[in-house]
Design a protein around this ligand. Structure first.
Ligand code: SDX
Length: 420
C-alpha cells in the first residue's frame, strides 16, 4: 500500500505523506496543505482530525479497546492502585516499589494547602456548584505555586506534578465537605493515597477506619477515568498549554470543559435522568422514545460516544463493580435496576443499534458514587480527580514535543466588504 495520498484540484494534484501509528491507524499529514494548495480542511468537532502524535493512551472505538502506555484497562483497573496508574501515565512506566514509596512520600510531604486558600473556599455561596469551586481553587493554586513550569526540567516537572497530585484530593474533599456543611478534614500521612482521599471526604470521628470495599471501588473508578486520549477536556488542556500557559491554568481550563453535560457532566445528568424515570413510575420505554424523538431535546445520558462504536470497556468494568459494591455494602438501589432495564431496551432498539450507541463510562459510575455516599453534584468532581494524571501527562507531552500554539482556521461566510 502506498505511503502517500493524492489530492487533485482542477489540473493540479498534490501528494501528502501518510502517517502510520503503532497500532496501524493511518493519518494524512496535511501540515503544509494550505501553503502548497491554498486549501484548508473543514471538520466541525474535529471528528476526523488528529491534533497530535501521542504515546500515552490508545483507544480502538470499533473493538472497544482502551490501553494506558500499552497496558489494557482491565489489567490496570483489576490489579493496581490509582497512584500506581497515575505514575504510569505521567512518567511512562509502572513504578517499582522504591519509586512508588518515593512518590508516595513526596505527595504526603506536599499534602497541605495554604490557609488563604481555605478562606477563598469559605467565601463561595453554599449552593455553588462544586465544579465551579474546583475550577476556581485550581486556578487559585497558581498563586501559591509557580505560575509556569519549566517542562524541560525533570526536577521542576516532578515537583509540579507531585504538588498537583497532592493538593487536588484535598481540594476535592474540601469542596465535598463545604457543600454539605461539614468541617474540613486534614490530610493524614498514615493512610495510602486513596485511603487519605476517603478519610478527608468521609471521616466523621477520630477512630475512622477506611473500608476496603470503598477504597477498592474508588481506586477502580479513578483508574478508569485517568486518561482517554484527545477528548474535549484533554484537548482543552493541550491547546491552553500550547500558548505556554502554566500547567495549573491549563488544567483549570480542562475542568471547565469537563463540566459540560455532553462530557464529564454526563455522570451527574445520568443519575438525574434515572431519578426522573423512577419518579415517573420506571417507564423506561417512554424515555427511550423521547431520546429517539428529534423534536424532543431529551437524550439518553450516559449513552453514545464520539469514539466508541462498541461497548465502552470502562462501562463494562463499572457495571460489574456496581453490582459487587452494592452487594458487599448491602445496598439495593432501584436506580440500578432502571439503568439495567434502559440498557437492555436500548441495545435491542434499531435507533440505537443503527447509530452504534452503547453505554459509556458515565452510565453506571454515578450508581457507585451514590453507594459510597458521594452526592450527585460531586460526581463530575470525582471524574476530574481521576483525570488529573492524564491531563498532567498530556500537557507534559505537548510541551516536550514543542508543539506549536493551537490556532485552527475557518471558512468565513460573513459579509463581504461594506461601505461604512
Ligand atoms: C465522556 O471523548 C471522550 O473520550 C469523552 C469521555 C472521556 O473519558 O473523556 O469518554 C467521557 O464525555 C463520555 C460521553 C458522555 N456524554 C453523554 O453521555 C451525553 C449523551 N451522549 C451524547 O450527547 C453523544 O453521544 C456524545 C456527545 C457523547 C457524542 O456525540 P457525537 O459523537 O457528536 O455524536 P452525535 O451527537 O452526532 O450523534 C450521532 C447520532 C445523532 O442522531 P442522527 O442525527 O444521526 O439521527 O446519534 C444520536 C444523535 O442524535 N445520539 C443520541 C445520543 N447520542 C447520540 N441519541 C439519543 N441519546 C444519545 N445519548
Amino acid at each position: 500500500m502506498s505511503d502517500k495520498v493524492k489530492i487533485s484540484l482542477g489540473k493540479e494534484s498534490h501528494e501528502f505523506p501518510l502517517i502510520k501509528g503503532s497500532e496501524n491507524e493511518l493519518g494524512i499529514d496535511i501540515k503544509d496543505l494550505r501553503s502548497r494548495t491554498g486549501l484548508i480542511t473543514y471538520d466541525p468537532g474535529y471528528k476526523n482530525t488528529g491534533s497530535c502524535i501521542s504515546d500515552i493512551t490508545f483507544l480502538d472505538g470499533e473493538k472497544g479497546i482502551l490501553r494506558y502506555r500499552g497496558y489494557s484497562i482491565d489489567d490496570l483497573a483489576n490489579n493496581l492502585t490509582f497512584l500506581e496508574v497515575a505514575y504510569l501515565l505521567i512518567w511512562g512506566e509502572l513504578p517499582n516499589q522504591k519509586e512508588l514509596s518515593n512518590i508516595s512520600n513526596e505527595i504526603k510531604k506536599a499534602s497541605s494547602i495554604d490557609k488563604d486558600l481555605e478562606q477563598i473556599l469559605k467565601s463561595f455561596p453554599s449552593k455553588a456548584h462544586p465544579m465551579g469551586i474546583l475550577c476556581s481553587l485550581t486556578s487559585a493554586l497558581i498563586s501559591f505555586n509557580p505560575s509556569s513550569v519549566d517542562v524541560s526540567s525533570n526536577e521542576k516537572m516532578f515537583r509540579a506534578s507531585i504538588e498537583l497530585m497532592a493538593k487536588f484530593p484535598i481540594l476535592v474533599s474540601w469542596v465535598h465537605r463545604k457543600i454539605n456543611g461539614l468541617s474540613m478534614n486534614k490530610s493524614d500521612s498514615k493512610f495510602s493515597y486513596t485511603e487519605n482521599l476517603a478519610q478527608m471526604m468521609f471521616k466523621s470521628s477520630d477512630d475512622y477506619k477506611p473500608n476496603p470495599i470503598i477504597i477498592d471501588a474508588l481506586d477502580k473508578l479513578l483508574i478508569l477515568h485517568a486518561d482517554h486520549e484527545q477528548n474535549c477536556s484533554t484537548s482543552t488542556v493541550r491547546i491552553v498549554g500550547s500558548s505556554h500557559a502554566g500547567m495549573y491554568a491549563s488544567i483549570s481550563a480542562g475542568i471547565s470543559a469537563l463540566w459540560g453535560p455532553l462530557h464529564g457532566g454526563a455522570n451527574q445528568a445520568v443519575i438525574e435522568m434515572l431519578e426522573k424515570i423512577k419518579a415517573d413510575g420506571g417507564n423506561t420505554k417512554r424515555y427511550l422514545e423521547k431520546a429517539k424523538d428529534k423534536n424532543d431535546p431529551f437524550r439518553l445520558m450516559g449513552f453514545g460516544h464520539r469514539v466508541y462504536k462498541n461497548f465502552d470497556p470502562r462501562a463494562k468494568i463499572i457495571k460489574k463493580t456496581a453490582d459487587q459494591v452494592l452487594t458487599k455494602l448491602g445496598i439495593s438501589d432501584p436506580v440500578l435496576d432502571i439503568a439495567k432495564a434502559l440498557e437492555e431496551e436500548a441495545l435491542n432498539d434499531d435507533y440505537f443499534i443503527k447509530r452504534k450507541l452503547y453505554p459509556n463510562v458515565d452510565f453506571y459510575s454515578g450508581i457507585i458514587y451514590r453507594a459510597l455516599g458521594i452526592p450527585t453534584e460531586m460526581f463530575t468532581v470525582m471524574f476530574a480527580l481521576g483525570r488529573v494524571p492524564g491531563w498532567i501527562a498530556q500537557w507534559k507531552e505537548m510541551r516536550l514535543n514543542k508543539e506549536p500554539i493551537g490556532r485552527p482556521r475557518q471558512i468565513y461566510k460573513g459579509h463581504n466588504l461594506r461601505s461604512f
